[in-house]
Design a protein around this ligand. Structure first.
Ligand SMILES: Nc1ncnc2c1ncn2[C@@H]1O[C@H](COP(=O)(O)OP(=O)(O)O)[C@@H](O)[C@H]1O
Ligand SMILES: [Mg+2]
Length: 511
């Protein structure tokens, strides 16, 4: 008997429906065709055990399974359930009249329980588009699939439930979540809040500016100063995610199987890869391409803690995606693109020993050590960081003060207002949405200085020995400071403040 079942394959962040034809006939043999990878080829062992442990079997007949489209690589073990149900139906062990109405996926354990799959959200999106009545999948992935409206999602724990559903008409429990309601409810409850950071008013102000203009930022300070604590809170003051942004980001996390029983992400992501990370893990890739950390940070924050410790080549591969806000991975037969629009926050110690010019420090570094250390981060990547700020530890007395700081949601209101001004300013552009993205022409147009401010900036450039590349960055940051104030024109106060945020350009650092 010939039966058809449906699964799905992930390609980038999109899914393609895979048709699985199972034919069971007299004879002997088990043939799986249509470009399956090894994990699928091994599936017959898992299927055999799972069926046996539930009172069924792979029949001793000639079984031919064809997966199409044939030119699409089908990877992973997520087709176990698809194949198993197809075999049961095609061999007449179960009746399954409505098989073709459902998309069925899941990895089987030997006892027939289901293991989670990757990409449940994009698969559900596609299933809805193609008019499937329902999506049967492992319970662990049910919430992310249920984000999609107008598709019945059935999270199951074991193949037995699926068999009983088709064969005996025993209803499956439908997973229903009100995506929008849940999303908006969680929007104003960030996981980490700036209210927890005592003191550090100057740094908080600086991060507010970074968030408001989308400026990449580097925090420089000794261990324990609070750099990680501050960086973690940046997502909470960025404008609240739109439903569309949330969907984009959640899809990427779904594709790598990182959503653990969660629905739509309501907080911007914060990713903090270790400095030993490989190129592929950072930007994405592999023989079956997967998104990397820069894409998992999409619409959120990528934190590179201890920037100088990262391998230079790893930082190099990040440059293009940082510019393009997406990463393209090419293979002989196909190309996939993952979005990667993130804010970069970096941190570093002032020197390899952790301290700089501090006589009370346990160990200071020689000028040669300093040069080597800072040399690693100079150049192209640093060129994309508008704001440098030194973080000094808050004294103990201040830390023990009870007073709570301003909450992230309050700060975020000001950031959002400043972003709205920018959205209007750049409404005509497809590529530029906020101040940090301005090109030279736009800087000349939107960052016009009066004579006094011009003189102020000129004097500061000479006095502090600022580099030419610092000039445009100061203008962009000054624009953002003015926007936060709702000011049409940039004035001297805006410029003076922006000049403070160029620590690494000053003598004694990168020179
Ligand atoms: N301003 C602060 N307010 C409250 N706690 C702080 C502050 N600064 C540092 N801490 C505490 O010190 C710890 C170390 O800070 P951390 O962010 O890890 O420092 P760094 O990354 O600079 O080494 C934090 O977990 C936090 O508990
Ligand atoms: Mg840290």
């Amino acid at each position: 008997m010939l039966k058809k079942v449906f699964g799905s394959a992930i390609f980038g962040v999109e899914a393609t429906t895979v048709t699985v034809e199972v034919n069971v006939d007299n004879g002997i043999g088990y043939h799986l065709v249509g470009l399956p990878d090894n994990a699928i080829k091994e599936s017959n062992f898992r299927i055999a055990a799972a069926l046996q442990n539930n009172g069924y079997k792979i029949p001793g007949k000639k079984i031919i399974i064809n997966m199409s489209p044939a030119d699409l690589r089908k990877e992973g073990s997520a087709y176990d359930l698809t194949l198993a149900v197809g075999i049961l139906a095609a061999s007449g062990q179960i009746t399954a009249d409505y098989l073709e109405d459902y998309l069925i996926m899941g990895e089987l354990s030997l006892d027939g329980t289901l293991q989670p799959i990757k990409g449940a959200l994009p698969i559900a999106v596609k299933a809805r588009q193609e008019g499937f009545k329902g999506f049967i999948l492992p319970k662990q992935n049910a919430k992310e699939a249920a984000i999609v409206n107008d598709l019945k999602v059935f999270g199951v724990e074991s193949i037995k439930e699926v068999i009983d559903f088709f064969d005996k008409g025993i209803a499956l429990e439908q997973t229903i979540i009100n995506t929008r309601e849940e999303f908006y409810k969680n929007l104003n409850f960030p996981e980490h809040d700036f209210a927890d950071v005592k003191g550090q008013e100057g740094i908080k102000r600086c991060m507010e500016i970074a968030a408001a203009g989308g400026h990449n930022i580097i925090l420089i300070g000794p261990p324990g100063a609070g750099k990680t604590m501050l960086a973690k809170r940046l997502p909470s003051i960025l404008p609240p995610m739109t439903l569309n942004e949330a969907l984009e980001t959640t899809k990427i996390h779904s594709v790598v199987g990182r959503l653990k029983d969660t629905g739509l992400m309501s907080q911007r992501p914060f990713r903090s890869p270790h400095h030993t990370i490989s190129n592929v893990a950072l930007v994405g890739g592999g023989s079956y391409p997967q998104p990397g950390e820069i894409s998992l940070s999409h619409n959120g924050v990528l934190f590179l803690d201890e920037l100088p410790e990262f391998k230079r080549e790893v930082l190099e591969v990040m440059r293009q995606p940082l510019e393009d806000r997406e990463v393209t991975i090419s293979r002989a037969k196909f190309t996939v693109t993952y979005p990667s629009s993130f804010m970069l926050v970096a941190s570093m110690n002032p020197s390899p020993s952790g301290y700089f010019n501090d006589p009370s420090a346990p160990k200071t570094s020689s000028p040669a050590e300093m040069q080597r250390y800072l040399g690693k981060i100079s150049g192209p990547l640093l060129d994309r960081i508008d704001i440098h700020i030194e973080v000094t530890p808050v004294p103990f007395e201040k830390l023990s003060e009870e007073r709570k700081g301003e909450t992230s949601v309050e700060i975020r209101k000001r950031v959002t207002a400043a972003r709205e001004i920018q959205t209007q300013r750049f409404a005509y552009s497809d590529t530029v949405h906020y101040n940090a993205q301005m090109n030279t022409k736009q800087i000349r147009k939107y960052c016009v200085l009066d004579e006094a401010s011009k003189q102020l900036l000129k004097a500061a450039m000479e006095r502090l020995n600022l580099s030419a590349r610092a000039y445009d960055r100061i203008l962009k940051v000054a624009r953002t400071i003015a926007d936060l104030e709702g000011a049409e024109d940039i004035n001297g106060a805006h410029i003076s403040e922006a000049i403070q945020y160029r620590s690494l350009d000053r003598e004694g650092w990168l020179g």
